[in-house]
Design a protein around this ligand. Structure first.
Ligand code: SF4
Length: 209
């Protein structure tokens, strides 16, 4: 995958706070739409926890509108900020210093943050060795006979974490490569296995079956 796509240099974001906002906003929408919302926040000079906290909810919602489901996402961003301000005096550095399991549990307890979002924050903002599972990863594993299509999130995550060294840089680009495969070749209908860099692996898995 790396040979085909090159390093993906994830996660797009100039600061750890931007990475977190991107993770909160990218649910159920394209990255292009997230970029529009982030550009709105940048233009409003609101890309910091302090500035964003001071924005009234209505204005924040208008700025986030391009990311879709913007009311839900406004609540998720505000919930995250409330947690940061109440528990960590607004210090992202203090929050991101928490032990991995505790930080994950704290994030999952917040509204609008599921496992994929929490793990994206842990890996891409906090640099923890936590493998992120998304729909593309699930599809690739199932099609290659490596996991059941109904496998739970934690089962898929432990599959990767059992087989790979606990290296955040490796997990970072591995997940990004799987997303590139999913977007480019492993379509829901009619996957383009002949052109896909994982096509050889698929043939091997068929030969083993
Ligand atoms: S070879 Fe590529 S396109 Fe085909 S199933 Fe595997 S990941 Fe999907």
């Amino acid at each position: 995958m790396r040979r085909h796509f090159g390093h993906q240099n994830w996660w797009p974001g100039r600061t750890r706070f931007e990475v977190i906002l991107g993770a909160l906003l990218t649910q159920n929408t394209s990255w292009a739409n997230v970029e529009k919302a982030l550009a709105n926040l940048r233009q409003a000079r609101a890309l910091s926890p302090e500035k964003l906290t001071s924005l009234p909810a209505g204005r924040l919602a208008r700025l986030l509108r391009p990311s879709g489901y913007f009311r839900q996402k406004t609540r998720a961003v505000q919930g995250f900020l409330r947690h940061l301000n109440n528990g960590y005096q607004g210090s992202l550095a203090r929050l991101l210093r928490r032990p991995t399991a505790e930080l994950r549990a704290e994030l999952l307890a917040l509204s609008g943050i599921g496992e994929e979002t929490a793990d994206s924050i842990l890996l891409y903002a906090a640099g923890r060795p936590v493998f992120v599972i998304d729909a593309y990863t699930r599809r690739v594993l199932a099609r290659h006979g490596l996991a059941s299509a109904q496998a739970r999130y934690d089962e898929l995550q432990s599959f990767f974490e059992r087989h790979l060294p606990a290296d955040p840089a490796l997990y970072n680009d591995f997940h990004a490569q799987l997303v590139a495969v999913g977007k480019t070749f492993c379509h829901r209908e009619r996957p383009d296995c002949a052109a896909c860099p994982l096509g050889v692996e698929l043939e091997r898995s068929h030969a083993r079956a």
